[in-house]
Ligand binder design. Sequence first.
Ligand code: MN
Length: 315
Amino acid sequence: MGVEDLNYHIIGDIHGQGDKLERLLKRLGYLRQDGIYQQSGARVVFLGDFIDRGPQQRQVLEIVKPMVEAGHALAVMGNHEFNAIAYHTPHPETGEPLRPHTDKNTAQHRAFLREYRLHDEETREIIDWFRTLPLYLEVSDGKGGVLFRAVHACWKSPLIDRVPQYLDDEFLVQACTRGARACEDIEVLLKGPEIELPDGHGFEDKDGNPRSSIRIRWWNRNPEANYRELAMAPENQLERIPLLPVEPARIEGYHYGPDEPPVFFGHYWLTGRPRPLEDNLACLDYSAGKGGKLVAYHWQVGKGAVLSEDRFVVA
Ligand SMILES: [Mn+2]
């Protein structure tokens, strides 16, 4: 069987929900053989954010890592894996952790640290494995073309062109240096783009912190979209976000055209019924990490590139 005959199951953010992951893999037809979930003629593509939040960090990693290593799955890095790498890696010159061990950073990483202790050998192995994950990937159709793309939060071509697909030591340090372009690029690819609100406008995020910038729906195709239409913000804060039009320069480079290959991403904590955002855009994060469903998309060989609501699978 050649690569052109493969089915793919693309799976969104797991965040330590091992039982949901096992349920979903079984529903998709994967069986555990020799300790590794697999299915003849099919591969999984994981969209990152395996860790933090949930109670089953080890269970998830002991499923995902062997699948990837044995060739039954591909995976991209999520912002939580990136943060973990930085948390557990010293700066080559100062020796200080690339991600400072502040109370806030440690709290965000607590579920992982409960199961993988700082400086343990097995923790090192997991972090080393995270470092092997690409920041983005294109799945080939086996005939020189692209079937689809995968990235944790945002596919933006000018960034994809200049960011290395795999973290090297130098890029990692730059990506952890506030103000460096690598740092801004990593933020966009793994956390999604943000734009400043016009002067005098602000709102509160879900933790009650005052914010003057919004995370945007970069997939929106309305060239005259206003700030409120573009904002990913808590429902009860939306009316504080102005209906003013967004200056085109602020969202330059974010247009993901209808003729580009389908792209799958996670990260956005969506709710409601899973469905494509556009014919070639789908977010598969439906908040499995906080009570929602774990979601997959079944990419069936030969069914064409237009994404369809009936191929979402939930567990
Ligand atoms: Mn994320």
